[in-house]
Each structure stands twice: as C-alpha cells, then as structure tokens.
Design a protein around this ligand. Structure first.
Ligand code: VAH
Length: 315
C-alpha cells in the first residue's frame, strides 16, 4: 500500500486522488496534520499524523502494511521566511523520519519533493543545468538543498530507494496553494473569474519556471514507476514545462476574459522570486525516465478557467 504524508496540500490532494484512481481507493492511505477537502476525505482512508512524529508514522506503516511513501508535507518559501526555525524543523525532521524508516526496511520506495528553490542568485538563470552552483537564500531552499544531499547519502550508503523532483511553481485549481512565492499564478485565475482584476505581488517581468498540476502529478508517478536503474540522479531531478511572467499570463487570460485587468504591487516575495532561475534544463529527466510535459500556458489557462468556471458555477 501507499502512504501520502501531507495529503491535504496543493500537490498532496491531487496526488492522492490520482493514485486512488490508479490503484484503488483503499490502496492509498492519506495522512496530514489536519483534515482536507471534502473530495479528499470521502475518497478513501485518512489518518491524522504529525510528519515530525516518527512513531506515529511508523505505526501507520505497520497498521496498513505500507510499502511506498510520498512525503508531501513541508513549509514553502514565503511562509518559511516568516517562520524560519519552524520551516527548517518541519522540512528536515519529516525527511529524516522517512529516510530512517526506509533505512530500516520499513519503506521500500520513497518520494520526496525538492524545488527550484534550491537555486540562488549565483545560479545561471536561463536553462539552469542539473549540476550547477546552488546558494539558496530562503530557509525553504536551504532545507531542500540539504534534503537532496541526505537523499543521495541514504541511497548511496544504505541503498534507500528514494526518488526526487525539483518542482517548479505548480498551478492548479482544486486546492488553494500553500504559501509559495509562485502562488500569484494560481490566485490570478480565481480573481480574473470572480472580480475581473488582479494585483500581482511579483513585478510584470518576473519570469519563473512553472508547471500545470496534471503534468506534475504525471511526472511524480512516472519517476516512482521507473525501474531503479533508470534513476541515475539520487539527489533530485530538474523538471520543467514552461516559464512565464505575470504580464504573459495576464495577456493569455485576457484572450478568454477580455475585460480582465492586471496591476502590480511587488511585496516581500519579489526578492525570493528574483533569486530563482527563469528557466530550467530538464534534459536528464527526459533522457533517464522519459519525462515529457503536456501543458503549455494557453492549454493550462483554458483548463484552469474551464474548471474554475464550473467550481464557482458562474452562469
Ligand atoms: C514555493 N510553490 O513557491 C513553491 C515552489 C518553486 C516554488 O517551491 O515555495
């Protein structure tokens, strides 16, 4: 069976639903520190768990004979800058819990998400390569860079089968994003439909690597299903789909909602965004385990607005 820790988060929710579609609802145990959306809670078994509590994770693994774990719980970049100590404690303690359970043979295969936040201001900004200078300036980025080092260490030293992806900004409509710097690219669609305008907290020319949730979920399942020998990178794989600026996404939304208006008011998240790459080279993921994205900005915008239109049942 599969255990998702952090199943109520932006990625965790859709990952749980998709894995239940594929494996059956009782094959996937959802867990989080609090309950999640109605759709998630009625889709299969749920356990309240604190990702920092080793014994409670171990107990769930025994109770449900779990073999695979996806650790999706973390404090993201923007919130992490407001609570640095908490971000470090949550992001690292939860990772060590699952790495140690895997080292003890209680988890056969483990997924742990990294992020483009591992890159910093001294990293080459365009087509950032898999191996490069990484001097992250956020606690979240530091925790992801350190986490990558530990994943590779546990794989090399203890044979732990841990797999990881450096997610770009993820856009989705089902759940609210959880305190990230890329959240403007989710909020903008809701605002466009509900009030016809949006004030971006990033400057109009801020170009960031982004991906639609459907692509992110597909990549996550693909890397976990790949034969072990194909996973040549055991720190974390660069992964990309598209890059765009707030100005570009606004222009595309205007194609669907002509009266939409955007304005800009950069806040504390601007320097975080400025420290990250504008585009990512993910050739290694494409070569090693066949990654291929499907959604570009227009197709994503169409899908987002269509689903949000229905969600808000706008006449
Ligand atoms: C964040 N959405 O903004 C996350 C992600 C690369 C962005 O890590 O913190």
């Amino acid at each position: 069976r599969i255990l998702i820790i952090g199943a109520c988060g932006q990625i965790g929710t859709e990952l749980t639903l998709k894995l239940r579609d594929i494996n059956g609802k009782n094959a996937v145990i959802a867990s989080d520190i609090r309950e999640g959306s109605k759709e998630l809670m009625k889709s299969g078994p749920f356990e309240l768990v604190n990702a920092m509590d080793y014994d409670s994770i171990s107990k769930i693994i025994d109770t449900y004979t779990i073999t695979e774990v996806y650790l999706m719980a973390a404090m993201l970049s923007a919130t992490g800058e407001q609570f640095p100590a908490k971000a470090w404690e949550l992001n690292m303690t939860s990772l060590f819990n699952v790495l140690n359970l895997a080292k003890e043979g209680k988890i056969k295969k483990l997924f742990w998400p990294s992020s483009i936040a591992v890159f910093g201001p001294t990293t080459p900004k365009e087509n950032t390569p898999q191996e490069t200078v990484m001097e992250p300036t956020t606690v979240y980025g530091i925790s992801k860079q350190t986490g990558e080092r530990w994943c590779e260490y546990y794989h090399k030293k203890y044979g732990v089968d841990v797999r990881s992806i450096r997610y770009p900004g993820i856009i989705s409509w089902k759940t609210k994003p959880g305190g990230g710097t890329t959240d403007y690219a989710v909020e903008i669609y809701h605002s466009a439909l509900l009030i016809g305008k949006y004030t971006s907290f990033l400057k109009k020319e801020t170009k960031l690597p982004m991906m639609y949730m459907d692509d992110a979920i597909e990549a996550t399942i693909a890397i976990m299903n790949a034969a072990p020998e194909k996973i040549k990178v055991r720190s974390s794989y660069n992964l990309a789909a598209m890059s765009f600026t707030p100005e570009e996404i606004a222009k595309v939304i205007k194609k669907f909602i002509p009266e939409f208006e955007i304005s800009y008011n950069a806040d504390f998240r601007q320097p975080i965004a400025d420290s990250w790459p504008s585009s990512i080279d993910d050739i290694r993921a494409r070569e090693d385990w066949g990654w291929q994205h499907k959604f570009d900005l227009v197709k994503m915008s169409e899908n987002m607005l269509h689903n949000l239109h229905a969600k808000y049942n706008i006449l």
